[in-house]
Design a protein around this ligand. Structure first.
Ligand code: FES
Length: 507
């Protein structure tokens, strides 16, 4: 395998979606104001919920700390499907047929609702219906495919068993779902965002929410002013203001994507292996045809060098497809819940007017629409049949072993990370150094200048780790990420890493 450095990694380091759409320029909050619903986070959940609530006559304000649709929603692979790798046999086994049916119905309804938005709003976003496949690479996995097809058919899903897929290599077996969809997520979401401002509703960028109080009305404190709202939706990917509740119930997961041009026809459809280790989809737009290939998932800040992860995705792509060139590379992050069901509903058991949506486990396109529709109904005090299954405050004893594992993992990082220190740093590299003044996260830029930071994550104090492929400091506990100057890139941390005097370092 060819060894890469950061500079020799293939492809432009930006998602295809971000590179082919204009940057947004919504205003920042300038005055204190009142709206019916304040929404924290300008990604797919926030914008979907805002669009659905505005349709019902509510005034909304979407509050984004940076620019909308540049975080996880701008870096997804954008598969709109209810085939979530292998989930229905698991759901029937662990939750019973009735709850599995609700999850199936919710996600199929979401596909149709996205299609309705595209049609009603005439959104040019390369939306197309296509099939989704989960395929087995070995004989041992074929039974899992049979089980999933059987479970999905019991729930009335558009499933079938097949040994043939459009992929240019043989598979052992696959579950196929028909009439699924894919799109260009930023084209779609920027169109939703354009329709939100007006008639008392707003989209605010560069407006960081600092605090939310669950009162009547709720008070949303930002770095630009205060918003009062009858209800608040926290749609900040990892709930931004959480210290306890979600920190022990969400596990961050990071993975890597390449957009490649092929010297052969790009297979039509969306594909994933049974263990989710590799994922693919076709994309065609005015910029030509691409195959998106992703994989190499891991907990951010853990499990080795991230440059090697891109290398392994590239090697896998070249072994399985006739790759002509790699045009883009990017990475993305999602959070997994303990029992594989997202958390959508009231923020905590004692919340009255504050709601949350989180933990989509990599299946955010349909689940974000489910979240938007469910939160709309909860806020409008309408019945919604999905509420119990998605309830963030559900008590499910089956999650307890996973909960204990996640807490133990976090505890390990509080203690163990303090021992992983070294004492040299190269240009373009970050390292945790053990100095006479304590442990410091040091980055040396290409020009030799140094930035020295406290490695203690400002969320709950775990030590950050260097991410070589993205040049960032990533926290292994709940997935916060920081730039080389310590600025927050990704929450739940709200504050930048603390700067440290670097006079102790010999240049
Ligand atoms: Fe929670 Fe770092 S301690 S993200």
């Amino acid at each position: 395998m060819m060894q890469h450095t950061y500079d020799s990694l293939p492809g432009k380091p930006i998602s295809l979606w971000l590179d082919t759409t204009p940057q947004t320029n919504f205003p920042s909050l300038a005055d204190n104001l009142y709206v019916d619903v304040a929404i924290v986070g300008g990604g797919i959940v926030g914008l979907t919920a805002a669009a659905l609530l505005k349709e019902q006559g509510k005034t909304v304000a979407v509050l984004e700390a940076k620019r909308i649709v540049e975080g996880v929603s701008g870096n997804t692979t954008a598969k709109i499907t209810s085939l979530h790798t292998l989930i229905y046999a698991y759901l029937i086994q662990h939750f019973g047929k009735e709850k599995a049916q609700i999850y199936a119905n919710a996600n199929e309804t979401a596909i149709q609702q996205i299609a309705n938005f595209v049609q009603d709003k005439q959104i040019a976003c390369e939306f197309r219906r296509t099939a989704a496949y989960t395929y087995a690479e070995s004989d041992e996995e074929v039974d899992k495919i049979h089980d999933e097809v059987e479970a999905a058919l019991k729930l009335g899903l558009p499933a079938s068993f097949t040994e043939e897929t459009p992929l240019p290599f043989p598979v052992k077996a696959a579950v196929r779902f028909d009439n699924q969809a894919q799109f260009h997520p930023r084209q779609y979401l920027l169109a939703l965002a354009r329709d939100i401002p007006g008639d008392g509703s707003h989209v605010f960028e560069n407006t960081q929410v600092l605090d939310v109080s669950d009162d009547e009305p709720c008070v949303v404190t930002t770095n630009r002013g205060t918003i009062h709202a009858a209800a608040v939706i926290v749609a900040s990917h990892f709930p931004f203001n959480d210290k306890v509740l979600y920190a022990t119930r969400l596990k961050p997961h990071r993975s890597y994507v390449l957009a490649a041009r092929l010297a052969e026809p790009v297979p039509q459809g969306m594909f994933i292996t049974t263990d989710s280790s590799h994922t693919m989809r076709h994309h065609s737009g005015s910029d030509g045809e691409f195959l998106l290939v992703g994989g190499e998932g891991h907990v951010p800040g853990q499990d080795g060098d991230t440059i090697e992860r891109y290398q392994r995705v590239e090697q896998w792509a070249r072994e399985h497809f006739n790759v002509k060139s790699i045009v883009y590379r990017w990475s993305t992050q999602d959070n997994r819940s303990l029992d594989r069901l997202p958390y959508v509903g009231r923020y905590s058991p004692v919340s009255h007017h504050v709601y949350v949506a989180a933990g989509f486990g990599g299946w955010g396109m349909t689940n974000s629409m489910v979240a938007g529709m469910l939160l709309r109904d909860l806020i409008l005090e309408r019945e919604n049949p999905w509420a119990e299954v998605y309830d963030p405050n559900r008590i499910n004893l089956k999650s307890v072993p996973e909960f204990a594992k996640q807490s133990a993992q976090v505890a390990k990082h509080f203690v163990g990370d303090r021992l992983t220190v070294t004492d040299t740093v190269e240009r373009g590299e970050g390292k945790i150094l053990n100095t006479e003044d304590g442990v410091v996260a040091v980055y040396m830029a290409e020009d030799g200048s140094l930035s020295a930071l406290s490695p203690a994550c400002t969320h709950l104090g775990c030590f950050v780790q260097w991410n070589s492929a993205e040049k960032s400091w990533d926290c292994p506990c709940h997935g916060s990420r920081f730039a080389t100057d310590g600025t927050v890139i990704h929450g739940p941390a709200l504050k930048n890493l603390e700067k440290v005097n670097n006079s102790f370092i010999e240049g």
